[in-house]
Design a protein around this ligand. Structure first.
Ligand SMILES: Cc1ncc(COP(=O)(O)O)c(C=O)c1O
Length: 434
């Protein structure tokens, strides 16, 4: 198991942020989401430091869908990052956490009228228009309210980045944005540009997630900036802003070989600068929206081992006290993870095990194959690199309460989200009355 961020082994025990994981289990129980705050801060500051140019300003939007709660947004606020949200719930949480509305942009392929109203009420910085009907809806709302708003148009340049098909977003059959080959796209741009209430700043694109080949991002920048040139030539409309989305791949297992982020960001900036020069554009802002690459490494999920079971066939099962309710990714898109026994980090593996959750589903297997020392009841199993899209996608399936989320930093712990209890589970239920 790779040690991420501040993870250290001392006397066979795993420490994160200077706190022993065993102590965290005793204090907060398991399953438990543990976040290494220092690692997260380092990652965020790395984006801010390396994604910088002398020729245009840059904005780093934290993609809230990876993990959103008051604590994480508070940290993002303090670090000075902007935030992209995709729903009224994410927007509400971000504003409640004190993120300045002008630092928020709103995405979504089907924004509800009330979500657009909420964004207008808060006066968010940008709304990213997805398609013509949404343009009309937003335009009508703004006219009724006599309110102006800055917008970008989400475009799809048809790039098929290598990743799981569920997280590809710019294939020709994608549900997101307007395809740049769509004959209606220029008419839409003209309409947005002519709208007295919408200030069309530029375009947005996001080519997918967990992309490990940096050439796809270069391909994206080329496609988007050449499209901006086309708009200028064809329509005489100058777009001053381009948002290139997120998608930078991360390490989950030894099979993933992510590119070095500082090196890539530096290179990316220079590619963009050259493209702006090549196409003779007046771009003043380039943005990116990292989610996974900003937060995934910092998060781990900690479980307690129940029992080990030897089926007639196949690998022995290690049963844990969580599973697909706290991390749906293995079931959703065959995501792979490493794991270790946090209380026996130096013990030698004796076999290859399957880590299975406690949900009433055969598919609830968190890891298909992992070498571990023979687990015993009560051991602590840790699954690192689980910060993104885990709590954010968690559920109460089987009426399992959601675990707590704790942040650790320099020997200190902070509870970010309380563990749910049984009352939380029935809070919205109405009793049957005859
Ligand atoms: C519009 C948009 N921006 C940013 C992201 C973040 O992607 P990642 O977490 O891979 O960086 C996503 C993820 O789906 C997205 O849809």
């Amino acid at each position: 198991m790779k040690l991420h961020g501040t993870m250290r082994i001392e006397k066979n025990q795993l420490y994160i942020g200077g706190v022993s994981v065993k102590t965290l289990a005793e204090e907060f129980g398991t399953p438990l989401y543990i976040f290494d705050e220092e690692n997260l801060i380092n990652r965020a500051t790395s984006f801010q430091h390396y994604f910088r140019s002398n020729q245009f300003s840059t904005t780093i939007y934290y993609a809230a869908k990876a993990l959103s709660n008051l604590y994480v947004f508070g940290l993002i606020r303090e670090l000075g990052l902007s935030v992209d949200v995709v729903s009224e719930g994410e927007l509400y949480t971000a504003v409640k956490a004190g993120i300045a509305p002008e630092k928020i942009c709103l995405h979504g392929n089907n924004k509800l009228p009330r979500e657009l109203m909420m964004a207008l009420n808060y006066r968010v910085g940008r709304i990213i228009i997805d398609h013509p009907t949404e343009f009309s809806l937003l335009s009508d709302l703004c006219r009724e309210r006599q309110q102006k708003i800055d917008v970008l148009l989400r475009i799809n340049p048809g790039i098929q980045a290598t990743t799981h098909e569920y997280i590809q977003t710019t294939t020709d059959d994608s549900k997101f944005g307007m395809n740049t080959a769509d004959p209606d796209i220029f008419a839409l741009i003209q309409k947005i540009d002519a709208d007295p209430y919408l200030d069309l700043k530029g375009v947005h694109c996001h080519i997918g997630s967990q992309i490990l080949d940096k050439n796809f991002f270069v391909e994206e920048a080329e496609a988007i900036l050449s499209f901006v040139r086309q708009v200028k030539t064809k329509l005489n409309i100058n777009m001053s802003e381009v948002n290139l989305g997120g998608g930078f791949g991360v390490y989950y297992t030894a099979e993933d070989n992510p590119f070095d982020l500082p090196e890539f960001l530096t290179e990316y900036i220079s590619v963009i600068e050259k493209l702006i020069e090549k196409y003779d554009l007046n771009i003043n802002t380039i943005s990116i929206e990292p989610g996974r690459s900003l937060i995934n490494d910092s998060g781990s999920i900690l479980y307690t081992v129940g029992s080990v079971k030897y089926p007639l066939q196949g690998r022995p099962y290690v049963f844990i006290d969580g599973g697909m309710t706290d991390n749906i990714r293995p079931v959703l898109y065959a995501a792979e993870y490493e794991a270790g026994l946090a209380n026996r980090m130096n013990d030698q593996p004796d076999d290859i095990y399957r880590v299975a959750g406690k949900c009433c589903e055969s598919g609830d297997v968190l890891i298909q194959e992992v070498a571990l020392p023979r687990p015993k009841t009560g051991d602590l199993l840790i699954v690192p690199a689980t910060g993104a899209y885990t709590y954010a996608m968690s559920s109460n399936y089987n009426r399992i309460p959601k675990p707590a989320v704790v942040f650790v930093n320099k020997g200190k712990t902070a509870l970010a989200v309380k563990r749910e209890d049984y009352e939380d589970l029935i809070r919205n239920d109405m009793p049957y009355t005859s």
